[in-house]
Design a protein around this ligand. Structure first.
Ligand SMILES: [Fe+2]
Ligand SMILES: [Fe+2]
Ligand SMILES: [Fe+2]
Ligand SMILES: [Fe+2]
Length: 425
């Protein structure tokens, strides 16, 4: 049984994408909406294929997470920046369940010639060219909200010597909310209608529990990858949480809640500027307030979309038993065993990783910090006791998880550099 419905899964992804840049809110959904209409007219595409492509199109700008904080992401998109296409492709290729469609994202800003020269199938080349047109249209519309349908079509036709797909332009023509004389600004249906339409479409293909996990991991990893220092954080955190939950004897359902809460606990870091994530010293003043807000953003993204148990596990990882944690200053009587486990796992994970202000700590040093935190009434002595009783297994788990996660991180960085803009422009 899956813990997250398809509707909630889609909402978590869309809400996270919408944190990227206010102007790009709804962009992925609008582009996916146009794409579905186009693909449904083409008998070459099966129902299942259309759903998989729709998930990928929804996520086509996920590589932009890497550049959050850049003052004008829309302008950057509009000027066909290629770094997010390379990162987005690699995240989708390495983590998503529909990796075979990741090349669409790699080439979504490339020239017509470059798409033709790629090793994609003819079918995917055509989808890529159509994706470019829908993407360009939406970006143009964001920058020129008052444009009429006719002016927009003229713009696309002018572009058509560079990127051309008659069918895609026809689809836009048909989807534009009709005004009798084309004199009103171009618009697609309201965003809620687009959302409902996509949801209905995506429901035509069942997403398995494994695929759901991979989609969430694509999202989480792309956020962690924003900084070299946090690149493997959630991976270690999830492994340690899973292990501690089992060692503490939690039942299967609660173990699953711990797993999901741990996986999603830092989603809100999506909105924290890199400058703060990578700060050299102890954060203070306004920067510390901004950093703490990542938990509130996680809450905003997950609210109503996961069970209350999962939500509370995710958003209480910085609460402490003495009531001096954040965001709500809860204390020992409020914090359940699963929440205490995830809080300890978060600390263990952060201490075992390199940060801008510190090298990874040895396991002995981590254990002594945990002891000190127990003595100061911060974290749960019962959980730390169990961790210490099983120190060999926990140590092995951290080693395995970090070697594996670091390996993928380095492979992605290497491939990113090898790909180079020159190969996809
Ligand atoms: Fe893009
Ligand atoms: Fe885009
Ligand atoms: Fe956190
Ligand atoms: Fe964390």
């Amino acid at each position: 049984m899956k813990d997250i419905s398809l509707e909630n899964l889609m909402d978590i992804i869309v809400r996270s994408l919408n944190q990227m840049d206010a102007q790009l809110t709804g962009h992925g959904e609008r582009v996916a909406y146009c794409m579905v209409h186009l693909l449904e007219k083409n008998p070459q595409f099966s129902d299942e294929e259309i759903c998989k492509i729709t998930w990928i199109v929804l996520l086509h700008d996920i590589g932009n997470f890497h550049d959050i904080g850049i003052s004008d992401l829309v302008k950057k998109e509009y000027n066909t920046d290629f770094s997010h296409a390379r990162y987005g492709y690699l995240f989708l290729k390495y983590f998503s369940p529909f990796a075979e469609y990741a090349p669409l994202v790699l080439f979504h800003h490339s020239s017509h010639d470059r798409v033709d020269a790629s090793s994609m199938s003819e079918k995917l080349k055509w989808v890529t060219k159509c994706l470019q047109i829908f993407d360009t249209t939406d970006l143009y519309h964001i920058r020129h909200p008052q444009i009429t349908k006719q002016a927009l079509l003229n713009y696309l036709k002018r572009l058509s010597t560079i990127i051309f797909s008659e069918e895609a332009i026809e689809t836009i023509e048909q989807l534009a909310v009709q005004s009798p004389d084309n004199s009103l600004p171009f618009s697609l249906p309201p965003q809620e209608e687009i959302h409902e339409f996509l949801l209905k479409r995506l429901k035509r293909m069942d997403v398995t529990e494994h695929e759901e996990e991979l989609l969430l991991r694509t999202l989480v990893n792309s956020i962690d990858f924003r900084s070299h220092y946090t690149a493997i954080h959630c991976n270690i955190m999830v492994h340690v949480s899973d292990l501690l939950a089992r060692l503490c004897g939690l039942d299967e359902k609660t173990c699953r809640s711990v797993h999901l809460g741990a996986l999603l606990h830092d989603l809100g870091k999506i909105s924290i500027p890199l400058r703060i994530l990578e700060s050299n010293g102890k954060l203070e003043g306004a920067d510390w307030v901004v950093m703490q807000a990542h938990v509130n953003i996680t809450e905003h993204i997950l609210q109503g979309k996961v069970s209350d148990e999962v939500l509370q596990i995710a958003i209480r990882h910085h609460e402490t038993l003495d009531g001096k944690g954040y965001p709500y200053g809860l204390s020992s009587q409020d914090l359940t065993l699963p929440q205490r486990i995830v809080s300890v796992a978060d600390i263990v994970s952060a201490l075992s990783e390199q940060r801008s202000y510190k090298a990874p700590f040895t396991f002995e040093k981590i254990l002594s910090i945990l002891d000190e935190m127990c003595a100061n009434g911060k974290i749960c002595p019962h959980v730390v006791g169990i961790l210490k009783e099983n120190r060999e297994i926990v140590y092995q788990e951290i080693q395995t998880a970090s070697t594996r996660a670091m390996g993928i991180y380095e492979r992605i960085q290497k491939e990113y550099n090898e790909l180079g803009d020159a190969q996809i422009e």
